[in-house]
Design a protein around this ligand. Structure first.
Ligand code: KE4
Length: 430
């Protein structure tokens, strides 16, 4: 039975008069899955309800921040209480110290940090800091890793391995791209070759677990090798933990894999669903940040009281039992998916790491590179996404994006979801 989405459609028509693609961020526009975006009016726990009253189990979870689920009571209360005393002062307030302490206590590589308003601001500032600290200009990023929309990060791999990147968006100039080198993820030799042939590199920035081009895990001790090479060639290692931070563990991928970055960027969960980005590092590196040092970075609403209150309320609930619950749920999902993968194996792949998962239409039995993701059938994913909507499951509207569990998801949610996946695959792969 087709979903009734007439109110969303009408809202979309209105939105398109004022907003490019009717949205405030491109991936929300449903362009890669077809149709038009659904407009949501209510979220609670693991469920969301759209303007036509359709209810869904949500796995997009606002692209990762909502590890406690939608409208967590403590987060909402914290926002309400702080808002009654004022929304912004443009001046310091005590809670900034409280949340800074929570972050420092979670990431041993962070001794000092700065709050900004998005993951993009965090990575942009981290790279400026790396350049200011080292005096070097070039940066290395990894194909398939996404770090927000700063010009010098919207760069595709150049023709040769060690050649400069090419602009990956209109409006990004060759001048902006020329200092960015893009190399393959999970390829230690490629990194070694670039580092040994360039002496003007400020940093490597990497998603320790690649979550923006499907879900690609570091192979073996890849992260340690990246760490060792950066140390050997005096290049700062930036772990972009905007997704993995506070998700894979309290201390993110650095805790999970035992590899310490020189600079860490955070976002999403750190703001509990409100706009927050963070970059942090050692005292020595952060001493370069204005007003202490020459690297300028600023923001009207940075460390905003409401966003900080939501972040504190979230981080205070991310205790060991919360991670145990997330892991149990993730394992339950993975176990429940085994019969489905067997039934459709060779044409469908389910990958899960901690509370993050990805669904691929592929004949591969393991995804280790961006090129393998590029081979996946995204038309089948689009049809699958629509079938899942019909069955009350909301997945991220792109085959390149991942899904997120929260501590609000239940085994009943998972059971319902696995049945929906099985039925949807029977349609798509029939
Ligand atoms: P924001 O500027 O969107 O807050 O963060 C940029 C960013 C930085 N680093 C990583 C690892 C990220 O995943 C992101 C943003 N993630 C995407 C979804 N995969 C945000 C969704 C969107 O662009 O609307």
């Amino acid at each position: 039975m087709a979903l009734i989405t007439s109110k969303s459609k009408e809202l979309y028509v209105q939105a398109c008069k004022y907003l490019p693609g009717g949205v405030n961020s491109p991936v929300r526009a449903f362009r890669s899955v077809g149709g038009y975006p659904l407009y949501f009016k209510l979220g609670k726990g693991s469920h969301i309800i759209d303007e036509d009253g359709n209810e869904f189990i949500d796995y997009c979870m606002s692209w990762g921040p909502l590890i406690l689920g939608h409208a967590d009571n403590d987060v909402v209360k914290a926002i309400q209480q702080i808002a009654e005393n004022g929304t912004s002062f443009g001046a310091p307030h005590a809670a900034e110290i409280d949340i800074a302490r929570l972050v420092v206590d979670s990431f041993p590589g962070i001794q000092k940090l700065r709050f900004v308003n998005s993951g993009t601001e965090a990575t942009m500032s981290a790279i400026r800091l790396a350049r200011g600290f080292t005096g070097n200009s070039k940066i290395i990023k990894f194909d398939g890793c996404y770090h927000g929309h700063a010009d010098f990060l919207l760069v595709a791999a150049g023709s040769g391995l060690a050649t400069f990147g090419m602009p990956d968006s209109a409006g990004v100039t060759k001048g902006n791209a020329k200092d960015t080198i893009v190399i393959p993820y999970n390829d230690v030799d490629a990194l070694h070759q670039v580092l040994s042939h360039n002496d003007d590199i400020a940093c490597c920035i990497i998603e320790p677990v690649c979550c923006n081009y499907g879900l690609i895990l570091p192979e073996g001790d890849y992260l340690q090798k990246v760490r060792d090479l950066c140390t050997r060639y005096h290049v700062l290692l930036i772990f972009d933990e905007v997704i993995t931070g506070f998700r894979l563990a309290r201390g993110g991928a650095q805790e999970r894999f035992g590899v310490k970055a020189d600079i860490t960027t955070l976002g999403k969960i750190a703001g509990g669903g409100l706009p927050v980005g963070v970059y942090g590092a050692s005292h020595e590196i952060m001493s370069k940040v204005a007003p202490d040092g020459p690297v300028y970075q600023a923001g009207t609403l940075s460390g905003n009281p409401i966003a900080i209150a939501a972040g504190i309320a979230t981080l205070q609930k991310l205790v060991p039992s919360a991670y145990q619950k997330l892991e149990q749920l993730g394992q339950y999902f993975e176990d429940a998916m085994q019969p489905v993968v067997k039934r459709f194996g060779g044409r469908f792949l389910f990958v899960r790491f901690a509370s993050i998962f990805a669904l691929y239409f592929t004949d591969d039995d393991n995804i280790t590179s961006v090129d393998m993701v590029k081979e996946c059938n995204m038309q089948q994913f689009a049809q699958f996404h629509r079938e899942m909507l019909e069955r009350g499951i909301y997945l991220s509207p792109s085959g390149y994006e991942v899904g997120f569990l929260s501590i609000a998801h239940t085994k009943e949610d998972i059971d319902t979801t696995v049945i929906a996946i099985d039925e949807s695959l029977a349609v798509v792969l029939s």
